[in-house]
Design a protein around this ligand. Structure first.
Ligand SMILES: C[S@@+](CC[C@H](N)C(=O)[O-])C[C@H]1O[C@@H](n2cnc3c(N)ncnc32)[C@H](O)[C@@H]1O
Length: 240
């Protein structure tokens, strides 16, 4: 996986720090932008994240882990041999599964800011073709067109500039490659949270609008392949 990292972008010519089982491109730097991200970087939350996520998805969205994975596979058009990037991978709940789908000829890379989430991801890794990296979704350390596909699930709302992350996602896939995004979007609570205010200032949490997401993709010459709104959440896929 280190061969995929663009040395010019990360301004490094030496060895990468892999002492924790993932490539750490941020050293000891803390890039938290509020309590939302602080929770992701805590010691406790990553420990319970997978069952918590599965329960939340079942209760709030009526989806099982299997049905959500099937949707991710469809949106990303994942095939054996593909190289896929999972941006804001958390404890690797999608990355590890991608590794199984793309098989030994493929590669699944998970990127996240949180050392504790990545610690869980590394501990759960069973596939040799799965690798993790600590980096920032707003400034991906890869050259244009590096991946066959890239996803970002349930994370844009934690980022100070979610649309920059969408642009980065689009940038690193090849022409003909696919992106998949899952994000809490509109609805009464979402509309309220979209407005900058005290909540956003304290939490760092920022919701994106459905149209904003669609426009970002189509405005960069991607073609939307599928959109599914489930409650407060939008799943959207597009091809470059
Ligand atoms: C709610 S978890 C989502 C994990 C997984 N993608 C999922 O769908 O279950 C959000 C993740 O986004 C990560 N994250 C937030 N901002 C980030 C950024 N700027 N760059 C990389 N990861 C980020 C957090 O550290 C956290 O692990």
């Amino acid at each position: 996986m280190t061969d995929l990292i663009d040395r010019d972008r990360v301004q490094s010519s030496g060895d990468f720090d892999v002492s924790d089982g993932y490539v750490n491109l941020l050293g000891a730097e803390n890039r938290s932008n509020g309590f939302g991200q602080n929770i992701m970087q805590s010691a406790f939350y990553p420990l319970i994240y997978r069952p918590w996520r599965a329960l939340g998805t079942r209760v709030l969205l009526g989806q099982s882990v299997a049905s959500e994975r099937a949707l991710a596979r469809e949106l990303l058009d994942l095939k054996p041999g593909d190289t896929v990037l999972d941006v804001a991978c958390g404890p690797g709940n999608f990355t590890e599964w991608y590794g199984g789908v793309v098989g030994p000829e493929g590669l699944a890379v998970g990127l996240d800011l949180s050392t504790t989430m990545l610690g869980q991801a590394v501990a759960a890794t069973r596939h040799d073709n799965v690798a993790y990296l600590r980096g920032d979704a707003l400034d991906l350390p890869f050259a244009d067109g590096t991946f066959d596909s890239a996803s970002c699930f349930l994370a844009l709302f934690l980022m100070p500039d979610p649309m920059q992350a969408v642009h980065e996602l689009m940038r690193v896939i090849r022409p003909g490659g696919h992106v998949a995004i899952m994000a809490p979007t509109t609805g009464p609570i979402g509309l309220f949270l979209q407005r900058p205010g005290v909540f956003e200032a304290v939490s760092g949490v920022k919701f994106v609008g459905r149209k904003q997401l669609r426009d970002a993709l189509t405005g960069n010459d991607l073609t939307i392949t599928k959109t599914r709104h489930v409650g407060q959440v939008t799943y959207i896929g597009a091809v470059k």
